[in-house]
Design a protein around this ligand. Structure first.
Ligand code: CA
Length: 230
């Protein structure tokens, strides 16, 4: 990357805004802070930042409206910041198209790591990397770089659901709906154990495309296979 990535922080609490600003600048990003939601959508349209950290509760336009507004014209990576962890399930249900969700209080170091991750995914998507995984709907098989891997029907459905929308975060509840055709009731832990088995099989084939999103759920990302440690 030649120029420093430009990050917009929309945050009305000055202390938090200053903290994010300082950590991001220390990580060699260019940072703009806006303390109100008003005009944020227009600013993003005019300035095309590389990523946006967007607080949910803001004076003026709130984070939901800004996210929706931005998604009408841009796929810029958006990280939604919320004060309540229970809020995240509701946000996921709204299918806003945000790339990640961060709950307050957060560690600034963690936020910087998440920003780096969304930027990496965005540049990988832009470089149009070939899909390393193909799904065979008839045989319940997945092909990893041409080699076949047998999955259980449940694992296959999980992978199909996640891979259909790379980068999108799915809650465990949303994945449960994809697990069983008879809509039986299962617990979140059941999802976790199927994901664990699925990941183990994929890792044995040399790829690891399923990422856990702490406190939220899971997402599929092409880049995870060869990503370096942060
Ligand atoms: Ca706020």
């Amino acid at each position: 990357m030649t120029a420093a990535a430009h990050i917009l922080v929309v945050e009305d609490e000055p202390k938090i805004a200053a903290l994010l600003h300082d950590y991001l600048v220390a990580s060699a990003y260019r940072v703009t802070v806006r303390e109100t939601g008003s005009g944020a959508v227009e600013w993003i349209r005019d300035n095309a930042p590389d990523a946006v950290l967007l607080d949910l509760m803001l004076p003026g336009e709130d984070g939901l409206a800004i996210c929706r507004g931005v998604r009408t014209f841009s796929q810029v990576p958006l990280l939604m910041v919320t004060a309540r962890v229970e809020e995240i399930d509701r946000l996921l249900g709204l299918e806003l198209g945000a790339d990640d969700y961060i709950c307050k209080p957060f560690s600034p170091r963690e936020v910087v790591a998440r920003v780096r991750a969304v930027l990496r995914r965005a540049s990988a998507a832009a470089s149009d990397a070939p899909a390393p995984i193909e799904l065979d709907e008839v045989r319940f098989e997945v092909r990893v770089q041409g080699r076949a891997l047998a999955l259980t029907p449940v694992e296959f459905r999980l992978l199909r659901k996640l891979a259909a929308q790379p980068g999108r975060v799915f809650s465990r509840g949303q994945l449960i709906d994809a697990l069983y055709e008879d809509h039986r009731v299962v617990s979140d832990r059941t999802v976790d154990s199927h994901i664990k088995n699925l990941r183990r099989k994929l890792v044995a084939m040399g790829v690891d495309p399923i990422a856990s999103v702490y406190g939220v759920g899971y997402r599929f990302e092409w880049q995870a296979a060869e990503s370096e440690a942060p």
